[in-house]
Design a protein around this ligand. Sequence first.
Ligand code: FES
Length: 254
Amino acid sequence: MEKLSGKMKKFIHKETILTDIKKAALNIFLLTLEDNQISEAINPGQFLQLKIKGKILRRPFSIFSRSNNTIKILFRVCGEGTKILSEMKPQSKLDIIGPLGNGFPLDSKSPLFIAGGLGVAPLNFLANEIKNSGKFIYGTKHENEFVALSFPETTKHKIIKISEEKDKKNVCDILPEHLENTDTVYASGPRKMLKKVADICTKNKTTCFITWEERMGCGFGLCQSCAVKTRAGYKMTCADGPVFNINELDWHEH
Ligand code: FES
């Protein structure tokens, strides 16, 4: 394998308190952590590594939103680790590391957010932080998988929800008709969706940033388990990403 990239950045390692956990949609939970250090330092697109009781490896989680003294994490129960997490009680302690990875550029004047499934988490956070209003297209397979978005009054993003079950189409089907007057597309979701979004934005010459997912070990550039093929060779999703401009990735490999 070619030489891997990846730079270790400063992060915070601490024990925090889980203050709330609630069901947000079918099989999806919203967890609130007490914190006033990482919440201040973290940017949309960056992530946390959580230590789940009984599990050796930490797991990466995107941030859904933050306030002065809390961080919210959205996750789907899809295995033993996330099942344990979903059953934790308020006031439990959690060992966390963050902020990790890079983050989205925030300077779009007319953003278009494309969220597929759980990809809504980093984009909800991003849409809270981008000052200019745009459109937020949010797609799921089923109606009962939508979670409530949370934007402050000051952000006037137009929300368009689409479920494959009810609308018989997906976010990529309607993306082209929303590209006019958009300077930047921000996308997060399943790989198949991202590939299609990248293809549409490339043809339309629209700037597009996506969040890339790979299995992760350390989360900060040491274990090399999250390599992703880019046009400049292999990079590490955890340290060089997870946010990439679509022009950086070698899409023939993915
Ligand atoms: S180098 Fe990316 S997870 Fe370890």
